[in-house]
Ligand binder design. Structure first.
Ligand SMILES: *Cc1c(COP(=O)(O)O)cnc(C)c1O
Length: 367
C-alpha cells in the first residue's frame, strides 16, 4: 500500500476550492493597544450584571446536553428585541452559523446567493463552502446600493437567497426602505435582512416582518457588547424556520451561552445605554475625522465609520502607521476597488476615539 505524505493526501482529498482559500483573518489580541477593528462594544458590563452572570453560570448543569426546548430563552429574546408574536425564532452559535444554515437549506450546488457588494464577507464565504455560487452586485461609486443593478442582477441570476446587510458592513450605509422593498418584491426566493447593526441605526424591519413572507430577519448580540457569547437569532415565518432548523447541528447553543444571555437580557437597558452612547460618539468621531486633511468619511448607521484616505499617505500606509502606534483598525484598501484606501474604524470609548484622532493627526500632518 502506498503511503502518501499528508500534503499529498490532502491535495487528493480536500476540495480544490477550499485548498485555494485563505482562512478568515482573526488578528491576535493586541496587548496594551486600542482595538477598533471588529465592531466590538468597548464597554464591559457593570459589576452587578457580571455577578448575576456568575450566579447563572454556577447554577448551570454542565453534565447534561442543552435542553431541546428553548422556550424560556425564546421568551426573553422576544421580549428584549420586540419580535412579533407571529414570527418564529431560530438560534445560532453567532449569526454566522445561521447564514450557513440558510444557504445549506436553500441551495443546490451551483445555485446563486446574491448581495450588494462590498458587504459582509461571510455571505460570500458561506455560499462557497456550501457549494452555492456567490454574485456580488457592485455598490455605486459613493458606496450606496445600486437598485437598478440589483434588479437587473436578480432578473438575470434568479438567486435562491439574497442577503442585505442593513446597515451595510463595511460601508455603514443603510439602504432606503423603497430600495429594500423593491428588492424583496423582485426576489424569486428568500431575502435575508441582516440587521447586525440595527441597535445603532434607529431603524428596523422587524415590526413589518409578518407582512413579508419572502423575508427573514437576522440579528446578533455581538455588536452590542456580547461578541464573546456567540449568539445570533433568525426571525421569520414558521415555514422558513422549520426548514432551517432541520440542518441546525443539535445542541448548537451551549448551556453557558444560554445562561449568560438570559442573565444579561434582564439588564437590556444597560446594553441600550451603551449603544446610545456609541451613536453620540460616532457623530463626534465622524465629524472630527472629516476635518483631517485628505479624509472622506461615509455616512454610517453602524457602530463604525468607513474613512477614505486620499492625501500623501495611502490607506495601507495609514493602517500600518496606526498599527505601529498600537491602534488596530480594519484595512480594506486592497479588498475591493470601490474600497481603495479605505479603513473601517469601530467606535471606541471617548478616550480611545480621542487617542485615535490625535494619533491620526500626527501621522497625517507629519507628511
Ligand atoms: C458582525 C456581523 C455578523 C456576524 O455576527 P456574529 O453573530 O458575531 O456571527 C453578521 N452580519 C453582519 C453584517 C455583520 O457585520
Amino acid at each position: 500500500m502506498t503511503r502518501l505524505a499528508a500534503a499529498d493526501r490532502v491535495a487528493a482529498t480536500v476540495r480544490a476550492d477550499i485548498r485555494a482559500l485563505n482562512a478568515y483573518p482573526v488578528p491576535p489580541a493586541l496587548a496594551g493597544g486600542i482595538k477598533l477593528d471588529a465592531m466590538e462594544c468597548p464597554y464591559e458590563l457593570p459589576e452587578s450584571v457580571r455577578d448575576e452572570i456568575a450566579r447563572a453560570v454556577r447554577d448551570t448543569a454542565l453534565n447534561r446536553y442543552p435542553a431541546g426546548d428553548t422556550q424560556a430563552l425564546a421568551h426573553d429574546v422576544r421580549h428584549a428585541f420586540d419580535i412579533p408574536a407571529e414570527s418564529s425564532l431560530l438560534f445560532g452559535n453567532g449569526s454566522d452559523e445561521l447564514i450557513h444554515l440558510i444557504v445549506q437549506a436553500c441551495c443546490e450546488p451551483g445555485d446563486i446567493v446574491l448581495s450588494p457588494w462590498p458587504s459582509f464577507v461571510y455571505f460570500d464565504m458561506a455560499a462557497r463552502f456550501d457549494h452555492a455560487r456567490f454574485v456580488g452586485v457592485p455598490l455605486t461609486a459613493d458606496l450606496q446600493c445600486d437598485l437598478p443593478a440589483m434588479l437587473q442582477a436578480i432578473d438575470q441570476h434568479r438567486p435562491k437567497v439574497i442577503f442585505l446587510a442593513l446597515p451595510n458592513n463595511p460601508t455603514g450605509g443603510l439602504w432606503p426602505d423603497e430600495a429594500v422593498r423593491a428588492i424583496i418584491d423582485a426576489a424569486p426566493g428568500l431575502v435575508v435582512l441582516d440587521e447586525a447593526y440595527q441597535p445603532f441605526a434607529d431603524h428596523t424591519w422587524m415590526s413589518r416582518l409578518p407582512a413579508l413572507p419572502q423575508a427573514v430577519i437576522l440579528r446578533t448580540v455581538s455588536k452590542i457588547g456580547l461578541a464573546g457569547l456567540r449568539f445570533g437569532y433568525l426571525a421569520g415565518h414558521a415555514d422558513w424556520i422549520a426548514q432551517f432548523d432541520k440542518v441546525r447541528p443539535p445542541y448548537n447553543l451551549n448551556v453557558l451561552t444560554q445562561a449568560a444571555l438570559r442573565a444579561v437580557l434582564r439588564h437590556k437597558a444597560v446594553l441600550d445605554g451603551q449603544a446610545a452612547q456609541l451613536c453620540v460618539d460616532r457623530a463626534l468621531l465622524a465629524a472630527a475625522l472629516a476635518d483631517l486633511p485628505g479624509v472622506t468619511v461615509y455616512p454610517s448607521a453602524g457602530n463604525f465609520v468607513l474613512a477614505r484616505f486620499s492625501g500623501e499617505l495611502d490607506g495601507n500606509a495609514v493602517h500600518l502607521a496606526l498599527k505601529t502606534r498600537k491602534i488596530l483598525v480594519k484595512n480594506f484598501s486592497s479588498a475591493h476597488p470601490l474600497l481603495a484606501n479605505c479603513l473601517r474604524i469601530s467606535i471606541g470609548t471617548p478616550a480611545e476615539n480621542t487617542a485615535l484622532l490625535s494619533t491620526l493627526q500626527d501621522i497625517l500632518c507629519s507628511y
